[in-house]
Design a protein around this ligand. Structure first.
Ligand SMILES: CC(C)(COP(=O)(O)OP(=O)(O)OC[C@H]1O[C@@H](n2cnc3c(N)ncnc32)[C@H](O)[C@@H]1OP(=O)(O)O)[C@@H](O)C(=O)NCCC(=O)NCCS
Length: 186
């Protein structure tokens, strides 16, 4: 029985690796608003059994500021995951300054990130790839850190910890986490 279990596990891993190989990753600043809206909506945490937010919540100023006119502010940088011609995952960062703090605010030099992958493509390693590509892209541009805010119940907390984010603030329902980026000679 143990043998049968290992065989199934290996087969699943092989299928995951094959799927991951068919996905392209692209660094970009140009994202259509309706696309970033969809991924941002997906990134809003709703606990199991909770009532989903109305889609219009993205228009509230405290949320809209994360995506408004995306690509045009210093610090805007994103990575998209593409399967065939469809965007199936996205990570994006933005600096919301001290006068307009986001939930994951650390300082004026640190982009705060959001991430989401379409449900049917989760747990294949796409999230980890998106994170690591964004780390590299920001570090190439001379940024030293990136930050995020995550609900304490959100399982993505494990993904962040595994990829080097540390808790820098413990708030009521969420953690603010920071990742130090590798230094690149400019
Ligand atoms: C978080 C998310 C982008 C990860 O993408 P992914 O491609 O599944 O990530 P990977 O395959 O590289 O890693 C899997 C890890 O993702 C996390 N994860 C898996 N399913 C998840 C889900 N439904 N919601 C949140 N995180 C999830 C877990 O940490 C998992 O690792 P674990 O099984 O060891 O705990 C994806 O699950 C998602 O879009 N979730 C909904 C949006 C969200 O919660 N965004 C983060 C807001 S802070």
């Amino acid at each position: 029985m143990k043998f049968a279990f290992s065989f199934v596990t290996i087969k699943k891993k092989t299928v995951k690796m094959k799927t991951l190989k068919t996905i392209r990753f692209k660094i970009t600043k140009n994202i259509e608003e309706k696309i970033i809206r969809n991924f941002f909506y997906m990134a809003l945490y709703v606990p199991p059994g909770g009532i989903p937010f109305p889609k219009s919540i993205i228009d509230e100023p405290k949320l809209y500021k994360y995506i408004e006119n995306y690509g045009n502010k210093p610090g805007d940088l994103a990575v998209i995951a593409i399967k065939d011609t469809t965007i199936i995952g996205m990570i994006w960062g933005r600096i919301n300054g001290a006068d307009n703090k986001g939930w994951g605010f650390i300082d004026d030099k640190t982009p705060e990130i959001g991430i989401a992958v379409l449900p049917e493509y989760r747990n294949l390693g796409i999230g980890a790839k998106l994170l690591n590509q964004l780390f590299e892209a920001y570090s190439q541009e001379g940024y030293q850190n990136i930050s995020l805010s995550v609900d304490k119940r959100n399982p993505s907390f494990n993904l962040y910890q595994r990829n080097g984010f540390m808790i820098v603030r413990d708030e009521d329902d969420s953690y603010v986490m920071k990742k130090e980026l590798k230094k690149h000679p400019k």
